[in-house]
Write a protein of this length. Structure first.
Length: 510
């Protein structure tokens, strides 16, 4: 086969990422060579490909659903918010500058259409099918003129469009109808039909509404996906621990030891790659929660300061809320603290930032003997090393360059030479995202935390984070196979939108 599909949504968080991943996993199990694509993604959760390109983590997980290696072609434009009105623009995996929302939508976005279409064409020339994900809603009529991720890409590439609606929120029929009715005749001609997501109850009670929707729009519903806990993939903008629901649903075994471990993650501003703690939540007996008050650190066995797109801003927030003092007290008492990327920088002595915040020299918390200077060039690597006697893989995404002047080596190469981070007492810091996904290292680290916290916690000997991911992706594939009209989906992907779809007034200008 040779074709493509755009999965759009009535709203943000309607389930586009999950449905895209599910369709990808279902197709690859049918022997189809398939790739994911999202022209433009806005997210602080990103990933580094093997060629050193930064893309959204959702697209990396969708590539895993396809059983292919992620590349920059799959997410050519990534926007990383740095505040309410500006974002860093990452083009083909490399940062090209900061831009206001007005500047981006005022012209820069449309200039990128050619690049986006070239990437999609290259993927379509390599794979049997490309399953594209839209952003937000295709009916954002204020942004349609410069759109390159929804109907803009569908029109230029001739892609049929499937609209996903979250019925759990309510109002799904109005959302389906209104989305179509706000599009121009040319755009409406590509809207093939609908997919209901997160349905609870008896589908037969929904069918009269689906029949009426078909009568009103002339478009079929391609499936009704039931509500399932723990089916989210790596989040783009949310604060959910994406694998936690899966683990709690599929692994009901009690903790191996006599105690549980409580992990408190500081919910700092512009938090990035908070998916790092998913691997901790995957362990039976580890309880992960996000916190924003100092008293919530009191009973935590481990405090994590995660990555951020605003290190200095996050540091000021920690101080203003009293969390910085609570972290300092913990460190002085020898209670475990882990800083990742921006969190590592915050734990250091000094930050010199003329790039991100442009605040110049700022004092850090001073727990780790580290001085950080922000470089204009972003570090984007996939390092491998060792820590606590175990092999560790990770990825780095940061402007900060750390000068470690003391402490113990945290991550080293096979010969024991320091690679990254440091440790002082029970405080650790590293720039490496994803390190806790290495099963052996995660268990060793949790044993250290448990000993320092005087908890009789024992890591499960057989938890495989990669295995849990595969199980999750297979469940998404099962959802599509069992609850969608897969024959109709195949025809849609291969042949495009049905001819003669009716126009639903009032429409919008072309």
């Amino acid at each position: 086969m040779s074709g493509g599909l755009l999965v759009a949504g009535t709203t943000s968080d309607a389930g586009k990422s999950v449905v895209t991943a599910g369709i990808c996993r279902w197709l690859v199990r049918q022997g189809v060579r398939v790739a994911p694509f999202k022209a433009q993604n806005m997210s602080l959760n990103s990933f580094v490909t093997r060629e050193g390109a930064e893309i959204g983590r959702a697209q990396a997980m969708q590539a895993q659903a396809c059983r292919v290696e992620p590349t920059a072609l799959m997410n050519p434009v990534l926007l990383k918010p740095g505040g309410e009105r500006s974002s860093q623009v990452v083009l083909l995996g490399k940062p090209v500058g900061e831009m206001s929302a007005r500047g981006y939508h005022g012209g820069r976005q449309h200039q990128l259409l050619g690049t986006v279409l070239d990437c999609l064409a290259e993927l379509r020339g390599t794979y049997d099918a490309v399953i594209c994900e839209g952003a937000g809603s295709p009916a954002e009529i204020n942004l349609r003129r410069t759109d390159i991720v929804n109907m803009g890409i569908a029109r230029n590439a001739g892609l049929p469009v499937l609209i996903v609606g979250d019925i759990d929120r309510g109002g799904v029929f109005a959302s389906f109808f209104g989305t179509v009715a706000l599009l121009s005749p040319e755009d409406q001609a590509l809207i093939a039909g609908f997919l209901v997501n997160k349905f609870r109850g008896d589908v037969s009670l929904l069918e009269p509404g689906l029949d009426m929707l078909h009568g009103l729009t002339g478009r079929h519903t391609y499936g009704v996906l039931p509500f399932r806990h723990g089916l989210g993939i790596d989040e783009e903008d949310g604060l959910r621990v994406s694998l936690r629901g899966t683990v709690r649903e599929s692994n009901t075994a009690p903790p191996v030891g006599e105690d549980v471990l409580r992990v408190a993650v500081c919910a700092i501003p512009l938090m990035s790659n908070f998916t790092d703690v998913d691997a901790l939540a995957a362990e039976p007996g580890v309880i992960v929660r996000f916190v924003d008050r100092p008293e919530e650190l009191a009973d935590a066995d481990l405090v994590v300061i995660p990555g951020t797109r605003g290190t200095v801003r996050a540091l000021e927030w920690l101080r203003a809320r009293g969390l910085a003092d609570a972290v300092l007290r913990r460190a002085a008492e020898g209670r475990p603290v882990l800083g990742v990327c921006g969190g590592f920088q915050i734990l250091g002595e000094r930050i010199e930032d003329d790039v991100e915040s442009r605040r110049g020299r700022v004092d850090g918390l001073g727990i780790l003997p580290v001085r950080v200077r922000f470089a204009r060039e972003k570090t984007l690597t996939r390092p491998v090393g060792r820590a606590l006697g175990e092999r560790v893989e990770g990825y780095e995404i940061h402007h900060g360059v750390a000068d470690v002047t003391g402490g113990e080596t945290f991550l080293s190469d096979d010969e024991g030479r320091a690679l990254d981070g440091c440790r002082v007492g029970q405080t650790w810091g590293t720039h490496w995202h994803g390190s806790l996904e290495s099963d052996g290292f995660r268990r060793a680290f949790l044993r250290e935390v448990a000993a320092a916290a005087c908890r009789r916690f024992v890591p499960a000997p057989d938890t495989s984070f990669a295995g849990l991911r595969e199980e999750q992706l297979d469940r998404l594939g099962d959802l599509i196979e069992q609850h969608a009209d897969t024959g109709a989906l195949l025809r849609l992907i291969e042949s495009g939108a049905p001819q003669g779809l009716p126009f639903i007034p009032p429409g919008a200008p072309a």
